[in-house]
Design a binder for this molecule. Sequence first.
Ligand code: 1CP
Length: 354
Amino acid sequence: MTELKNDRFLRALMREPVDVTPVWMMRQAGRYLPEYRASRERAGNFMGLCGNPEAACEVTLQPLERYPLDAAILFSDILTIPDAMGLGLYFETGEGPKFKKTVRTEADVNSLKVIDPKSDLPYVIDAVSLIRRELNGRVPLIGFSGSPWTLATYMIEGGSSRDFRRAKQMLYNSPEVMHRLLDTLAQSVTVYLNAQIEAGAQAVQIFDTWGGALSHQAYDEFSLKYMRQIVSGLIREREGRKVPVILFTKGGGQWLEAMAATGADALGLDWTTDIGAARKRVGDSVALQGNMDPTILYASPERIREEVGRILSSYGSGSGHIFNLGHGITPEVDPEHAGAFIRAVHDLSTAYHT
Ligand code: 1CP
């Protein structure tokens, strides 16, 4: 395997010394980039991009051509697992993801099988191998999956939701059915992430986008428990290097200690938690990734730079910080502003590393 030319992302995840704070952006390959919109046009639609390893590889690399990012993230979607389970994922223009079938009854849950990534999602695994080859050691490649709870919300609701009415109904009325669904998903996520790691992913992130919608008790029982199960089943070392695991619960700032206790290497923070306070709470048990409000990218480059400086100073000196947005970059952001953000992280962070 090719030697990594830039490994500061992996080093920061393991809290090893770095020259500058590494940075990448959630949704860095996306609609704010005109070249992404052109590729999506050529592919016909979003699933045309995800389902074609060459197209997925092309859009994964687009943000790296523009910006000195320290990591690439596989271009795919968390909803490939429910699609592989037979739910029929589709996207209507201007609307979010939708499923042809939903999972609402005990019989629906019992009919689901743990996926086999190599036969059910070969296009994702092939995309990982291809991207890894094309990266040629430039930066590490991140693989990812949704958390069982987050995937379950889409499967039960049939798409995005404001209040998770049906998912909460299952959770409160039939917790044993919900647990069976989450267990099937946790087993699927584990084999899926391991297949991505075997194909060349050098770190993995679990997106628990809707964990913050759960009550305090329910979060531990219905989301964190299954992320813990996944973390304990993952390949943690490959090619002579640690494969770090990042857990990101949006709205999870109150649960950082419990998240760190899962054995994950790093926690993703949304923008509602102060990163300096978070660092004090988790000590040196995990690295922290985040946590700029993504809407600051609508402000001026000067204001963006000031905010980057504020977050770097709140985290303080030393390694263990991967700069990121607290959630995905939005389609209306000016690509110049994203560039100003990334440059500011590298420029201003030299002062925090010796
Ligand atoms: O081209 C388009 O209009 C499609 C928009 C889009 C994109 C660019 C979707 C549909 N998915 C993606 C790619 C994607 N999704 C990546 C790519 C890698 C990257 O560059 O970061 C990743 C990591 C995801 C993960 C994902 N999909 C999450 C978790 C992260 C998050 O944003 O919280 C979730 C919740 C989804 C579901 C999904 N897929 C697409 C949309 C618009 C959504 C969100 C729907 C909702 O808000 O409920």
